[in-house]
Design a protein around this ligand. Structure first.
Ligand SMILES: Cc1cc2nc3c(=O)[nH]c(=O)nc-3n(C[C@H](O)[C@H](O)[C@H](O)COP(=O)(O)O)c2cc1C
Length: 325
C-alpha cells in the first residue's frame, strides 16, 4: 500500500507505533520497523540524553529499516534536558521524530536543519493547523478514544478525522482506537494517510513489558478504561485498577480543590512498577478503549501481516463487492 505517509517516511506499510513511556524501547521500535511499519523509541523513558544515544545505537543493531524517536513535551517545573535529547537524536542519525504534548516550534529549526521529518501528535484540528503552519511534515490526529492524553475537547475520531481532512494539507495518520485492518481501512476512508497505534502494540510478543500487562489488555473490554486528572486539565485515559479507583475516589472527594500532590501516589513512578514488575494495581497507566478489540498477543510481524492482508480483503472483496452488487 502506498500513501503519503509511506512515501514521506520510506516505510512499507502506513502504520506507526506511537511513543509509549516504558514500552517504546528499541526492542519494540525495531520489531515494528522490521515488520514494515515505523517504530518509535520514547526519548523520556531514557533517563539521560546519553542513555537515549545508547538506545538509538542498540536499535540500529536490530534493524536497518527507518525508525524514529518520540519526544514528549510535558508541563513541568524542572523540564528534562530537551536540548540534550534533541542533540542525541540528531547525532544518532535519526531522521524521524514524533513530537507530542506542547507546541514543538522551539525545536523545529535544529531538527529541520538536520533533515529530520517531524510528525506532531495532537488532539484537535486547531493544534493540527498550528503544527502545519510552523512547518511540521505530518500530523498524528489523536481522538478521544486514545490511550494516554486525549486533551480536553472530547472529539472522537469519527468526527475528528474528517474534520482534519477538511483542513489539513500535510499528510496525517489516525491515532486512538486503531487495532486492525478495519481501523486502517476506515481511517483511510475518513481521509487519513495511515494509522498510529499504541495499546495494540503493547500486546505483542516483542513489547518489552511484563506479561501481566499484555494479559490485562487481552482480558479488558472497551468499558475498562477511565479518564483521570480532568480537573487538573491533564486528562489521561488509563486502565481501571485498584490504584485508579483510589485516585477517582480522591477526585470525587476533593472536587475542584484537587491538587497534583493529592494523587502523586497513584500517578508518579507507576510505570516501572507496572511495565517492568507487573504490579497491575500500582496506579494509573495509559490504555486505550481499543483494549476491547485486542484478543491475542502476536508478534509484530504477524500483526502487521494480518492487518495488511485483511485490509486488502476488505477493500477488494467487501467494499468492491458491495459496488458490484
Ligand atoms: C502505556 C502508554 C504510554 C504512552 N506514553 C506516551 C508518551 O510518553 N508520549 C506520547 O506522546 N504518547 C504516549 N502514549 C500515547 C500513544 O503514543 C498513542 O498516541 C495512543 O496510545 C493511541 O491510542 P491507542 O492506545 O488507542 O492506540 C502512550 C500510550 C500508552 C498506551
Amino acid at each position: 500500500m502506498k500513501t503519503r505517509i509511506t512515501e514521506l517516511f520510506g516505510i512499507q506499510h502506513p502504520i506507526i507505533q506511537g511513543g509509549m513511556h516504558f514500552v517504546g524501547l528499541a526492542d519494540l521500535a525495531a520489531a515494528v520497523s522490521n515488520a514494515g511499519g515505523l517504530g518509535l523509541i520514547t526519548a523520556l523513558t531514557q533517563r539521560t540524553p546519553e542513555d537515549l544515544a545508547r538506545e538509538i545505537a542498540r536499535c540500529r543493531t536490530m534493524t536497518d529499516k527507518p525508525f524514529g524517536v518520540n519526544l514528549t513535551f510535558l508541563p513541568s517545573v524542572t523540564p528534562p534536558d530537551y536540548p540534550g535529547y534533541v542533540k542525541a537524536i540528531i547525532d544518532g542519525g535519526v531522521k524521524i521524530v514524533e513530537t507530542a504534548g506542547n507546541n514543538p516550534v522551539k525545536w523545529l529549526p535544529a531538527l529541520k536543519e538536520a533533515g529530520v521529518k517531524v510528525i506532531h501528535k495532537c488532539t484537535s484540528v486547531r493544534h493540527a493547523l498550528k503544527a502545519e503552519a510552523i512547518g511540521c511534515d505530518a500530523i498524528s490526529v489523536d481522538g478521544f478514544e486514545c490511550g494516554g492524553h486525549p486533551g480536553e475537547d472530547d472529539v472522537p475520531n469519527f468526527i475528528l478525522l474528517p474534520r482534519a481532512a477538511e483542513e489539513l494539507k500535510v499528510p496525517f495518520v489516525a491515532s486512538g482506537g486503531m487495532a486492525d485492518a478495519r481501523s486502517l481501512v476506515a481511517a483511510l476512508a475518513l481521509g487519513a494517510d495511515g494509522m498510529n497505534m499504541g495499546t495494540r502494540f503493547m500486546a505483542t510478543v516483542e513489547a518489552p513489558i511484563h506479561q501481566n500487562v499484555k494479559q490485562a489488555i487481552v482480558n479488558a473490554s472497551e468499558l475498562d478504561t477511565r479518564l483521570v486528572m480532568r480537573s487538573l486539565r491533564n486528562t489521561e485515559r488509563v486502565m481501571v485498577n485498584a490504584g485508579v479507583e483510589r485516585l477517582l475516589e480522591k477526585e470525587r472527594t476533593l472536587g475542584a480543590g484537587l491538587k497534583f500532590e493529592d494523587i502523586i501516589g497513584e500517578v508518579a513512578g507507576v510505570y516501572p512498577s507496572v511495565m517492568q514488575r507487573g504490579e497491575m494495581d500500582a496506579g494509573a497507566w495509559s490504555c486505550g478503549m481499543v483494549a476491547g478489540l485486542i484478543h491475542d498477543i502476536p508478534t509484530c510481524q504477524q500483526l502487521m501481516d494480518t492487518i495488511m492482508g485483511d485490509a486488502t480483503k476488505i477493500i477488494r472483496s467487501r467494499l468492491e463487492g458491495m459496488l458490484a452488487a
